[in-house]
Design a protein around this ligand. Sequence first.
Ligand SMILES: [Zn+2]
Length: 490
Amino acid sequence: MIGMEQLVSLCKRRGFIFPSSEIYGGFQSTYDYGPLGTLLKNNIKAAWWRAVVQERFDMEPLDASILMHPRVWEASGHVAVFNDPLVDCKACQGRFRADHVWYVEAVRGDQSASYAIDAGEPDEAEAKAREKYQIGKRFEVRLQPMLVDAAEGTPHICPNCGATDSFTEPRAFNMMFRTEVGAVAGSIAYLRPETAQGIFVNYDNVLTTMRRKLPFGIAQVGKAFRNEIVTGNFTFRTREFEQMEIEYFCWPEDGARLHQEWIDARLGWYQRYGISADNLDLYEHPDAKRSHYSTRTVDIMYRFPMGFSELEGIANRTDFDLTQHGEYSGHTLDYFETKTERRVVPHVIEPSAGVDRAVLAFLTEAYEEEQLTNQKGQADNRTVLRFHPALAPVKAAVMPLARNRQELVDAAMDLAGQLKPHFTTQYDDTGSIGRLYRRQDEIGTLYCITVDHQTVDDDGQVTIRDRDTMEQIRLPREEVLGWLQERITT
Ligand SMILES: [Zn+2]
């Protein structure tokens, strides 16, 4: 399995993902998708749209704006929460209130030892420290605030992992990026921290214009922004990211069943596009970790290079969001069934996936290093990205066997030109065929098509090489398009 450093290096070398603003030294864990990364990401989003909207009867697409009325974020709870000064430990990613971290000294005569503890009050801090570090009764415990109103020179120790000087600066923590709108100062807006709210505020618009009945859902793909204190693991946690979110509106009594159906559907989607079941897992949120309004939240976990981590979260949000927006906007968001004269605030199932995490997962899954034996009987390696045909950034590469013979170049260009309207096709004559094959394997190109002397002098046939099996067949060039179309599935 690929390591994180290897993955980062492959992404850079082959044009999938670059550090943002790289010529200025990069910027704050932001990343740019290069030519192949752009194609891969677009293919992943297209595969998602296909599965969650096009192939279903009960879903509608939406593309809401990033800037929204600031009251939206009051209703959603994003403004109110997170106003305490927090610090994060860069070593263990533990998060603490800055005024709750204590430096602890246990002293007895000339014996002493120092620790750190997090607690609200000094008494609590002492009791907690005595228990955690098994400080004997005969030792005196001296406490000093570590981060807020701390004496000069107080050591910074993480209460969780014991790392020293690993804290971020304390800050009033609101993860939303603030900005001002228009020329008048004081008109505050936020970059959306999730795409979901754009769906909730359009619930009624979609319901009425599309003449929907419960259950139905709305899907959206778009950028979201969170001012995370700790970022990391390449594109796994960044401050600017892209989401693929669904809000599925249903009768309250159907919520639990539909939640499970969405978990199964989304797990199936990752497998349909090549993720093996062995590398997927489900994490059931315990009560304490779940938002108060959610009755059940399940994360789809993927075995990333750094270990199993969240790929997609699927929550049963009950009627929380529509109720909140109803109250804050004064525009009641409910559903009325004429036949039964029943009126409810629909419950909501929310499958929320990260596009960037999906890109990382599909890249990780596709990566393989193969041990081969070449024609001279020597050991040889090849790196291949075994993307699903629908996700592969490049479907076909056409190459002339010799670039110094114009007829071959013309015939190869002509064939590539015929394929281009149908799928992403590269023309490449920048190296020997063996070298070009390896380069195409390393970006996951499905088929390499070689135009040789025989093609132009004799039978008009070309060689098609399969990425996975490396088997080659000969085919008349006018049959290539149809042959590829049968094999490049969606
Ligand atoms: Zn720590």
